[in-house]
Design a protein around this ligand. Structure first.
Ligand code: 3PG
Length: 207
């Protein structure tokens, strides 16, 4: 799996928080049924790694990655669980190097030009822009296109169905990330049909 494959899978990369590993497979299947094949399961809960493991084993058509990766140890745990890629909210030189050395594709988080320069120096050209809405992402991404015309971004943070099109219309945006496609309340009550509907809406956005 390559990061370009992940960010080209569709206009929206769902950011998922799972409290129960038992929800992982039905969730991944609901997203797939709605047309979304790549998803990021955040390493924020005790169930995260088991959730990734379950999706990797039981839903092979899904491209499951680990989100909220903060360290080389997180990368190792994600890879061991079967994650095909990793996403981080920010990046250190150590994390950028560990992902490259370990061969797990990483979508590293950046927000400032210095973050971008560090990621480019480490060999990355597809980056997560986080937190997108809070950091005035539309204007920031337009400005970053000047000095960094070769880069592509997946803005994430504060984006929803209504806000996504403006980001997706930017030439340097390949997709957007967001948790709106898999809301905690719908996961909590097992409303997989509702999540499938949200996925279909998201998938119909154009990148
Ligand atoms: C996150 O890491 O929580 C993502 O950026 C998702 O942000 P959102 O909940 O604002 O979509």
């Amino acid at each position: 799996m390559k990061i370009d494959e992940i960010v080209s899978a569709g206009p929206v990369l769902p950011v998922v928080v799972l409290e129960r590993a038992a929800d992982a497979v039905p969730l991944a299947r609901a997203l797939l049924a709605g047309g979304i094949s790549a998803l990021e399961v955040t390493l924020r809960t005790a169930a995260a790694l088991d959730s990734i493991r379950a999706i990797a084993a039981q839903v092979p058509e899904a491209m499951v990655g680990a989100g909220t990766v903060l360290s080389a140890a997180d990368l190792d745990a994600a890879r061991e669980a079967g994650a095909g890629f990793a996403v981080s909210p920010g990046a250190t030189p150590e994390l950028l190097k560990a992902a490259r050395d370990g061969g797990l594709p990483l979508l590293p988080g950046v927000m400032t030009p210095s973050d971008v320069v560090a990621a480019v120096a480490a060999g990355y050209s597809t980056l997560k822009f986080f937190p997108a809405a809070q950091a005035n992402g539309i204007a920031m991404l337009k400005a970053l296109a000047g000095p960094f015309p070769q880069l592509r971004f997946c803005p994430t943070g504060g984006i929803d169905l209504a806000g996504a099109p403006e980001f997706l219309a930017l030439p340097n945006v390949c997709c957007v990330g967001g948790s709106w496609v898999a809301p905690a309340a719908l996961i909590e009550r097992g409303d997989w049909t509702g999540i499938e509907r949200l996925a279909r809406q998201a998938q119909s956005l154009r990148s």
